[in-house]
Design a protein around this ligand. Structure first.
Ligand SMILES: Nc1ncnc2c1ncn2[C@@H]1O[C@H](COP(=O)(O)OP(=O)(O)OP(=O)(O)O)[C@@H](O)[C@H]1O
Length: 688
């Protein structure tokens, strides 16, 4: 059949050659007319139609999925007919896939219709000499068929080829680990922005040491996502999901990513931000990622851009970012990163999981990790007994041992990462049996427990010296002595290893406020001792309990139930010039890019001493600002609203004061502890 096609093509080629040769003999004025009509005749005579599928679409912005689907499809038919084939090794180096080499041709039959495929490449446009041939070549496939079958080929055959090609791709798929090449290399002989190697990490959810229920929950979440194409389309959301993994070093964040990739059969893109020059490069990289992939930003060190905005002068901070965005700074900015995560560009291509990992979650900018961007927050914590049992099974093949009881006891107080536990469990020579390894772990856990106790004592002493606990200790104590209080506390409440495994604890101010309120409650007063004020060991559950008690005590049951659902307590910041914002009200403020006037809002809890302390100055400020074009409001952020306020409103401790500028939805946090009228007014005047 190729002969038939070749004969037609060569006749046409001769006709074209002759035409070009004799075209110059026609008078200049009618040359255009002659040429147009000649082409019409040729098109009429030529019974074949050609369609080209190029490797790159959109001005080289993106590699074409269709091109690769065709390549895969042709790999099956080309092996029999083509004379020159290209080999690729796939699937754990165990099988070879052949595809057509450049300038090869093969025929295919679809529903009795014959078509012809040819592969080719266009030479580089640039005249510069490259040491690396092939750098700028553009590959393409050309499909030729009789014009009689135009409908069937364009409607059904092309669809069939793309579908089959994708199926073959999934079957042959060798999962890859990609990392971004520095942009200096993007235009050289490496024609891709991502370098890759075969992804072969052995971590799975079975080998991950962590709470079983949590593991199951994460697995279900991932599987639901991977099957959610139609659902995401229905709700009008880009098919992507953000995960935030946080916890101390060696707790399995990287292992979790590998387990996720293995569970879903996804590629992994390891994003190295330091080599990316600016936001537009970041976008280009994102566009080049394929679906069924996990894009990972692992943050081992502290990267300033992703940190909370602690700059003393918020205006200069904003200015700096604007400068960087305008290109002069030539750096990836936080907003650039946010844009990639959930901006309009993030919807290019679906089925992507974006994962951020960090050891310092409290240092990350809240805008980066709010729900919707990082949809699921997963804390990877120190090893517990249940996690240890998984490691014992993995490393020693044992389900139980007489030392397990002792180990379980030690885990209550010792603080050790799964990486350290694993290292102790791993036999270092053939002579080391399970007993040796478990004993080594027991010793290490005992040492860790001692260290934890010593550290907590030292910290408590330091805090006392710094006067952090002065407020709390000034309060009337219960009849219980401090020593017995400490004992009670250690026995029932604060077990360093257990509690420190729960990440996140409030700021010093908040703790002192809660504790000083809680001292009014005899039962909770037992918990107050210098030792108890080791902040790193106060778990949020404990703090919540104190907070609840404090709210109830302060309210004395005489207030009306609050709309926010917290315990009854008399409200503060009451003034006709102060707007009491409801949850929808503050959510509206967060959404607005342009508002009539800027807003100053205090996030408060009426039982909080520090909020009570600034009540007079804030009310005075509201009176002064009345009618000035700056609105003043309050939002009660404890109880049910606390989690939302932490996630969306940068709430650290009470009170938190936010300024919502007129032309930005992003509030600026008042950075100082000074809450007198003048200081607050200076802040407002600087930003209004
Ligand atoms: N939860 C875990 N389950 C199983 N193995 C673990 C776990 N945590 C750590 N390990 C072991 O410790 C090694 C280091 O863990 P991994 O690199 O996953 O920790 P990480 O939290 O990513 O550390 P870092 O924050 O320092 O990057 C892993 O190779 C694995 O063998």
């Amino acid at each position: 059949m190729w002969t038939e096609l070749s004969a037609t093509i060569s006749s046409l080629a001769i006709a074209f050659f002759m035409f070009e040769k004799y075209l110059n003999y026609f008078p200049y004025t009618i040359r255009g007319y002659v040429e147009r009509n000649f082409r019409k005749v040729v098109n009429f005579v030529n019974p074949y139609v050609e369609i080209s599928f190029h490797e790159f679409t959109s001005e080289r912005l993106k590699r074409s999925d269709a091109f690769f689907a065709i390549q895969n499809y042709l790999s099956t038919s080309s092996t029999e007919n083509a004379r020159r084939l290209k080999a690729d090794v796939v699937k754990d180096s165990q099988s070879v896939v052949l595809s057509m080499d450049a300038k090869e041709e093969v025929a295919d039959v679809f529903n009795g219709v014959k078509v012809w495929w040819a592969s080719g490449k266009m030479p580089p446009q640039s005249k510069s000499i490259s040491w690396f041939p092939g750098s700028e070549e553009k590959r393409y496939y050309k499909l030729t068929f009789h014009k009689h079958y135009r409908e069937i080929i364009t409607k059904s055959y092309v669809e069939h080829v793309l579908k089959k090609g994708k199926e073959i791709e999934v079957k042959n798929r060798q999962r890859m680990l990609y990392t971004n090449n520095p942009s200096n290399d993007w235009h050289g002989w490496k024609s891709t922005k991502w370098g890759n190697i075969v992804f072969e990490h052995p971590s799975t959810f079975d080998t991950l040491a962590m709470d079983t229920a949590k593991k199951e929950e994460i697995k279900k979440d991932l599987i639901k996502f991977s099957k959610g194409k139609d659902y995401y389309a229905k709700i009008g959301k880009a098919w992507k999901r953000g995960y935030l993994l946080y916890g101390p070093p060696g707790t399995g964040k990287s292992s979790m990513i590998a387990a996720m990739a293995n569970l879903l059969d996804y590629d992994v893109y390891d994003l190295e931000l330091t080599t990316i020059k600016d936001n537009s490069e970041l976008r280009m990289l994102l566009i080049e990622t394929k679906g069924k992939s996990i894009i990972v930003r692992e943050r081992k060190g502290r990267r300033k851009m992703m940190m909370k905005q602690t700059e003393k002068d918020p205006i200069s901070k904003m200015k700096k970012e604007a400068e960087e965005e305008s290109g002069s700074g030539s750096k990836v900015t936080l907003s650039g990163l946010l844009n990639v995560i959930d901006g309009i560009w993030s919807a290019c291509g679906g089925e992507r999981i974006i994962i951020f990992t960090t050891n310092y979650v409290d240092k990350l900018d809240p805008a980066l990790i709010r729900r919707g961007r990082m949809d699921k927050h997963i804390v990877m914590s120190y090893c517990c007994f249940e996690a240890f049992k998984v490691l014992a099974r993995n490393y020693l093949d044992i389900e139980s041992h007489e030392l397990f009881g002792k180990i379980e006891e030690l885990f209550v107080e010792a603080k050790m990462s799964p990486a350290d536990v694993a290292d102790n469990l791993m036999p270092k020579s053939d002579e080391q049996d399970e007993e040796t390894c478990l004993k080594r772990l027991v010793e290490a856990l005992e040492a860790s427990k001692e260290e934890a106790i010593k550290k907590s004592e030292e910290e408590a002493v330091l805090k006392t010296k710094d006067g952090v606990v002065t407020e709390a200790t000034k309060k009337p104590k219960s009849s219980a002595t401090e020593d017995s209080a400490t004992e009670t506390l250690e026995a029932n409440l604060i077990k360093p290893a257990t509690l420190s495994a729960i990440a996140g604890f409030p700021g010093v101010e908040g703790i002192v406020a809660w504790i000083s309120n809680a001292t009014l409650c005899p039962a909770k007063a037992k918990a107050i001792s210098p030792r108890a004020l080791n902040l790193s060991n106060i778990c949020p559950v404990f703090v919540e309990a104190l907070e609840g008690d404090a709210a109830q005590l302060n309210g004395n049951g005489n207030g009306a139930a609050h709309a926010n659902g917290a315990a009854t307590v008399a409200d503060i910041f009451n003034s006709e010039n102060l707007v009491n914002l409801s949850r929808p009200g503050i959510e509206n403020l967060l959404k607005l890019e342009n508002r009539k006037e800027p807003w100053l809002v205090v996030l408060y809890a009426p039982w909080c001493q520090f909020c009570q302390g600034m009540e007079a100055s804030y009310v005075e400020l509201a009176d002064k600002l009345a009618g000035s074009g700056v609105k003043v409001g309050k939002f009660r952020a404890d109880g049910d609203q606390k989690e939302f306020s932490k996630q969306e409103l940068q709430l650290g401790s009470f009170p938190t004061i936010l300024f919502f500028p007129k032309h930005s939805s992003r509030p600026i946090k008042y950075p100082s502890e000074k809450r007198d009228v003048d200081s607050l007014m200076t802040f407002v005047n600087a930003l209004r």
